[in-house]
Write a protein that binds this ligand. Structure first.
Ligand SMILES: NC(=O)c1ccc[n+]([C@@H]2O[C@H](COP(=O)([O-])OP(=O)(O)OC[C@H]3O[C@@H](n4cnc5c(N)ncnc54)[C@H](O)[C@@H]3O)[C@@H](O)[C@H]2O)c1
Length: 318
């Protein structure tokens, strides 16, 4: 049994993770996987998600909790454990840091969104939320596009300063701006990624603020959470979700559906984009991600195979 902590997982190349996420979407297209809707156990503001999934060679379960106030106790909001097993013998193969897997694969989900929904010429971007996922979104955004100015906004100025400091060490060739308001960020950015724990839309917008832009929402994963104002989905030319479960799970989709702002059949699965070479020029696009166990499975199996090959991690005996 291999044990992989966050340092071991952090050694894996971003390209490997993004390819693993792409593989998950390919499995969606071929339907060669077995994944139930994930189970939510809610306890006041806190949530435990149980995320099992089978593919041909492996199966995995992620037990992940989201405690929005965890930082007050010195813990990240997202915490958890990932177990990867062999799908022939049933043998557990690896235990991994579930928070690290989540951060990496979620960054890559956003990164692939940027890659397939934006043109290579985009120069401005904004990240709302300077927490764990915000940082990972920025890393995969900058991995995919040569951004010249990156705006970052968070309720906490310290979180923004910390994130800029971290990013500068890895990506030094761009200007970082600590936005004073979410609106300033939105007005100045071509692609806007939200990765917050907010329950209500992060800004109000006029059509001029949003048209022709790409909006990626990573945060809201409960019907009582929403990051973007409904005007975005109402005016969007295209709406994509990483899994159709998002239409039930996230307030960014469930609320506009309930309010009849949009109809369900205008919402498309992101996986469909892998089959076409569609280029989106000056379109208003919303991509809502809630995440799915299949991403964790393909990411964990890619990491496991590399770790075995390169002798990374610790062996544990049961
Ligand atoms: N789509 C996915 O697959 C996926 C995966 C993991 C986590 N998530 C979700 O992403 C969200 C963020 O997770 P995290 O691990 O980065 O949490 P985190 O606590 O590390 O960061 C959240 C940040 O959002 C900021 N924030 C909260 N409300 C805000 C507001 N109104 N305006 C601006 N900033 C605000 C906080 O100050 C904090 O810095 C959570 O809701 C989590 O469930 C989604």
């Amino acid at each position: 049994m291999l044990f992989l902590n966050k340092y071991a997982i952090g050694k894996i190349d971003q390209g490997v993770i993004q390819t693993a996420v792409e593989k998950a979407y390919q499995l969606v297209l071929s339907q060669l996987y077995n994944m139930p809707d994930r189970m939510h156990v809610e306890d006041r503001e806190n949530t435990l998600l149980l995320m099992p999934c089978f593919s041909e060679k492996f199966f995995a379960t992620k037990l992940v909790s989201v405690f929005p106030e965890a930082r007050q106790h010195g813990q990240p909001a997202v915490n958890g454990v990932m177990v990867l097993s062999d799908n022939t013998s049933g043998q557990p193969l690896a235990i991994m840091d579930g928070a690290a897997i989540t951060a990496q694969r979620t960054g890559a989900v956003g990164g692939l969104g940027v890659k397939l929904l934006t043109t290579e010429s985009i120069q401005t971007a904004g990240i709302l939320g300077a927490g764990v996922q915000g940082l990972s979104q920025a890393r995969y955004l900058l991995y995919n596009r040569e951004i010249k100015t990156l705006y970052i906004y968070d309720l906490s100025n310290d979180a923004v300063a910390g994130m800029i400091n971290t990013l500068k060490q890895e990506f030094s060739d761009l200007e970082y701006v600590a936005a004073k308001t979410p609106k300033q960020l939105v007005v100045n950015s071509k692609v806007i990624i939200a990765a917050t724990t907010s329950k209500s839309p992060l800004f109000e917008a006029t059509p001029d603020d949003i048209l022709g832009k790409i909006f990626i929402s990573i945060g809201s994963f409960r019907p009582d959470m929403q990051e973007f104002p409904s005007i975005i989905i109402e005016r969007a030319d295209n709406v994509f979700v990483d899994t159709l479960f998002a239409t039930k799970e996230s307030g960014d989709i469930a609320t506009p559906l309930k309010d009849h702002v949009i109809e369900k059949d205008s919402i498309k699965e992101f996986a469909g984009l892998l089959e076409k070479n569609e280029i989106f020029e000056n379109k208003t696009i919303l991509f809502k991600s809630v995440g799915m166990a299949l991403f964790d499975l393909t990411t964990a199996s890619a990491i496991y195979q590399l770790a075995i090959k390169n002798n990374i991690g610790q062996n544990l005996e049961f």
